[in-house]
Design a protein around this ligand. Sequence first.
Ligand SMILES: [Fe+2]
Length: 214
Amino acid sequence: MSSETSTGTAVTTPAGTPPAHDALAHEALDLARRLLDGVDRRRAHVEVATATAATIAHTVPPADRDLLLAAVALHDVGYAPQLRRSGFHPLDGADHLAALGWPTRLVGLVAHHSGARFTARALGLEELLDAHPDEGGPVADALVYCDMTTTPDGRQVSLAERLQDAHARHRDDPAPQRRARLDREPFLRAAVARVQARLGTARAVVLPHPTQHR
Ligand SMILES: [Fe+2]
C-alpha cells in the first residue's frame, strides 16, 4: 500500500508487504489530517468520530478494530478540495484512496459510508460507487455510528440531532437529493440500533485513539 508524506509525495511499501496491523489507524489519521488541513470543520469531525471509534471498537471482531479506526479517520477525506472530481465526497475520497493503494475493504467502507448509496442513486453515481465493495456488517455499522453521532464541526450528539442538523443544512438541495436523505434514515437508524445492541452485550475494550499511541 502507499500513503502520502506531508509534502504529498507517495510512499509505497514493498509489494506484498502488508502494513503492520496496528499501523493502519495511525497512517490513516495522519493522511486525513493532511488532506483536511484547512477544512477545519471536517477535520474536527474526523478527530471526534475517530475518538468515538476507539470507544466502540469492541463491537467489531478484534481483527477488524484497526480497520474500523482507519476507515473512520478517512471517511470524509473526499471533502478535501484537491480531491474533488465527481463532487460526491464518498466517491472522491474512495477513488483517491484506491489510487494510493489503500486496502480494498477500507476503500469500500469509505465509498459506502453512512448509506452513500442513497444519494449516489439520486446523483446518477451508483455505478461508479459500486466499483468499490459494499461489505455491510459490524464495521460498516460502527462507521455509521461514529459518523452519525458527530456533527460536521465535531460535537457529539444523538442520531436524532444529527439528522435534524443535516435536514437544516441541506434544505435547499434539489428535491431528489432531499428525498434520498429521507430514504436513507431507516438504514442509518437500523445501523445505529445494531451497534447499540452490540454495545449492550460486548465486553468493553476501549482502544487508544491513534494519537495516544505516540
Ligand atoms: Fe462524516
